[in-house]
Design a protein around this ligand. Sequence first.
Ligand SMILES: Nc1ncnc2c1ncn2[C@@H]1O[C@H](COP(=O)(O)OP(=O)(O)OP(=O)(O)O)[C@@H](O)[C@H]1O
Length: 368
Amino acid sequence: MPTDKDILVSFRGVKKTYDGENLVVKQLDLDIYRGEFLTLLGPSGSGKTTCLMMLAGFEFPTSGEIRLDGKLLNRVPPHKRNIGMVFQNYALFPHMTVAQNVGYPLQVRGVSGEARQRQVREALAMVRMEAFGERFPAQLSGGQQQRIALARALVFKPQLVLMDEPLGALDKQLREHMQLELKALHRQLGVTFVYVTHDQGEALTMSDRVAVFDQGLIQQLDPVGALYETPGNAFVASFIGDSNRLQGQIGLREGDRCTLNLPGGHVLRGVRVGEATPGQAATASIRPERMRLVDASDAAKAADAGNVLRGHAAGVIYFGDHVRLQCDFTEQPQCFVKVPLDTPALASLAPGQPVALAFEPEHLRIFS
Ligand SMILES: Nc1ncnc2c1ncn2[C@@H]1O[C@H](COP(=O)(O)OP(=O)(O)OP(=O)(O)O)[C@@H](O)[C@H]1O
């Protein structure tokens, strides 16, 4: 369990409005631990960048407090915060060489001569760009420029590095490669990274913990695995990974479980997330890989052990190693499951035919 000593940054009761009317950050209470890789993930406009900008010092909170190492930051200007930054459009200075770009933060901090040269060499070595010191930014690829931006952010050994969509301009292959590099660099340096993205794959690949933002609020803050396995609400369930949604009414409530009555007559058992007052409207979610296609004779057995949903096949798409089966259920959004190729019930399946999907109650999360 982390203690107060492990906290590098804390946001307390932070709110932000740009126009004096709408709060784009409604209430932010967040502790960032020393050495962690924390990602702020959320759809466009959810307030992630604003939070990062307040931490960097380019925006100020309308109310609340931000502390770095216990010290109140609210009115400390950006260059006094000892924070490194890499942004998608945080361009390198075009008229300076790579070495001059990387040396710039040292220059403004009054580091000169041999000490500056040595630190620039070390920073370039860190991002494996030692051989490029004399080039100009225009003579580098996008990925190389981003490495230099990273070296420039790290050269003065900040205790905290902020990154806002730093890989957004790169193509998919390079982006995935750089994600692994960033993660390795983080492990090697032990510096605290705070990373903003709207790409959930990127967040899951790199982070220790992820704060999922929506509408100016953190919806859930958890390690990557917990976020995927135990989403705290329907938004997080649909934003992280694939999930199927089912809508109905709460039937019975029993401890940490409850039942969901679907309009078509199905009664499903699942994990209760929320109050679950009987009769209340609720949304449930289930990961496609947690559902099994079963044939009619197995469906009765499966229903005794867990849940079975009966509907009709809407589409069958072959993916080489599995089949993606789309299913229609009465008054529900379409669901899909990933069916292994050796599943017996798959043999003669065609669109329009009846299907039965079985799943365990512990994998159905019922949000109310
Ligand atoms: N300087 C500004 N002046 C006025 N409104 C702003 C300003 N910056 C951001 N906003 C508004 O604040 C809200 C949150 O924006 P923010 O950039 O924090 O979201 P985001 O989650 O980072 O989105 P994106 O992924 O698109 O960058 C948006 O509605 C945006 O239009």
